[in-house]
Design a protein around this ligand. Structure first.
Ligand SMILES: [Zn+2]
Length: 254
């Protein structure tokens, strides 16, 4: 953690760009400088992670590390708002980098055209202060979780299915990790599931808010709390949960 004296200064054009958020309660120019100094890894930049990355870029997070593989499919376009119709068949990461940089040319972007796995997780997590898990597959989620626990990086965990969305913030050993919540992948989980872009975008904006709070020390992150949303009925519920001392991933972390 950098001291205020070590934080990067803001250029006049940056003060102008971020003027509408500098007056947020609990915010300040120091908070904005913390955002500028921060690095965030987003695992998958699709319907959820793409909007997380875009929001963090808009907020002025200084460095984004984005991991997302594959080429753009027509069926991506109902939710992957960084993509464009004319890019179908091209690597998704290209459009993501181009559009985020167009919004905020001052930030540093690092794109990886591959999804998180045990092969790359530790190397990518090690470059970030905070990680955001927005992957559709549990193998990716578990690989990111193991690396985040090993390297002691906070992880904002967000997921959605149909009309439902969930989010929590994992800061082991203070809180539990993803494996405390899900020791194993749900047996019936599949790659393709129902998604409405407005639902994936809802949890994305909440995740970006959590990241900004963690970086700036503003507000109260969802530590040890799972926020569960049913957007069909607009019911939002909070569940308290605790770390599993016998967890195979974080049980011996402290
Ligand atoms: Zn755990």
């Amino acid at each position: 953690m950098l001291t205020p004296g070590q934080l990067p200064e803001l250029l006049p054009e940056e003060l102008e760009t971020y003027a509408w958020q500098l007056d947020l309660p609990g915010f300040s120019e120091v908070a904005q400088r913390k955002l500028k100094a921060a690095s965030v890894l987003v695992s998958r930049v699709g319907g959820v992670g793409g909007l997380v990355a875009l929001q963090l870029a808009a907020a002025g997070v200084g460095r984004l590390i984005l991991a997302s593989g594959g080429v753009l499919q027509p069926s991506d376009l109902n939710r992957q708002l960084l993509q464009t119709h004319d890019h179908i068949g091209q690597p998704r990461i290209e459009n993501i980098l181009r559009r985020i940089q167009a919004l905020n040319p001052r930030i540093s972007l690092q794109g990886h055209p591959e999804n998180i796995s045990d092969t790359n997780a530790e190397q990518l997590v090690g470059q970030a202060d905070i990680v955001v898990d927005a992957a559709p597959l549990f193998t990716e989620r578990f690989a990111l979780n193991r690396a985040a626990v090993r390297l002691r990086r906070p992880m904002v965990e967000c997921a959605m299915y149909a009309w439902e969305a969930r989010i929590t913030t994992l800061t082991p050993p203070a809180s539990g990790c993803l494996a405390c919540l899900y020791p194993e992948a749900p047996p019936d989980w599949t790659r393709k599931f129902p998604v409405l872009g407005a639902v994936s975008g809802t949890v994305a904006c909440l995740a970006a808010t959590e990241v900004v709070k963690l970086i700036t020390g503003t507000g109260a992150p969802l530590a040890n709390t799972l926020l569960s949303m049913d957007l069909a009925s607009m019911q939002f519920r909070r569940f308290s949960w605790k770390r599993n001392p016998l967890c195979a991933v974080c049980g011996t972390a402290s």
